[in-house]
Ligand binder design. Sequence first.
Ligand SMILES: Nc1ncnc2c1ncn2[C@@H]1O[C@H](COP(=O)(O)OP(=O)(O)OP(=O)(O)O)[C@@H](O)[C@H]1O
Length: 282
Amino acid sequence: MGVMERDLYIVNPVQETAETLVRYEDVSKSYGDVKVLKNLNLNINKGEKVALIGPSGSGKTTIIRMLMTLEKPTSGFIKFEDEYLWHMVNKKGRLVEADEKHLRKMRTNIGMVFQHFNLFPHMTILRNVMEAPVRVLGLTKEEAKERAIEMLSKVGLKDHLDKYPEQLSGGQKQRVAIARAVVMQPKVMLFDEVTSALDPELVGEVLEVIRELAIETDMAMILVTHEMDFAKEIADRVVFLHDGKIEEEGTPKEIFENPQSKRLQTFLSRFLRHEQQIRLSE
Ligand SMILES: Nc1ncnc2c1ncn2[C@@H]1O[C@H](COP(=O)(O)OP(=O)(O)OP(=O)(O)O)[C@@H](O)[C@H]1O
């Protein structure tokens, strides 16, 4: 790819196309006086797998929490297909703040897996996965059960349906959490550092499940991750954030093999040094 094309890609003109699923339009987020996201413009296409990388505090988690409707943007718009997430058109045809009903409807398109599994401790694994399809989608118990068993089989937990979360390892719990989100058939799945609370030997099994989902499904995925090899392998696009802004973005090959900005180069070299240290100490 020539230099000009690459430069254009970094600048990211974020044109909306028929393929656009999610679009952050000039989105800023502040906590008090602290601006943690600064005029973010970002397109996520249907089915696209996007990895968000960057130093601690650069705003990665905030980006996906706003999409999950857990944090409200201070300014700007988040478009989801033909609608806005945090806004809706009222009877007079004006764009106004979304009400709870609108947010609830929009949320059904979005699935999220957190660092900590957030399973219901008093429910079996099967009930954990069946609960939302019955309550939110209105499926019958039988339909939800069938769907849940299929999903739990996919993540390798068919033999644990009647167990409770406390009887499972961290890796298994995280696989249940993934099944619980994916069973809703969202259009986009959000993964927020889903392996960072796990013992190192359990990381692989969770990444493997996500990798398979990435290959098999046409859901879009946004992953906040510190697993660079994983990002390299499954992402269509990698977005590097620094201090609340997109500093650089590109294909994994561009970002990891030919980083342009000094900050990205520094970030990656620190990361590699850190990984080498871990390997040496093992
Ligand atoms: N509820 C909150 N109140 C105040 N400040 C917050 C809140 N949530 C996040 N922040 C701040 O916003 C900034 C961005 O946080 P965010 O979690 O999005 O970063 P991050 O890139 O995901 O970092 P990390 O890799 O450490 O998770 C940080 O400085 C954080 O301290």
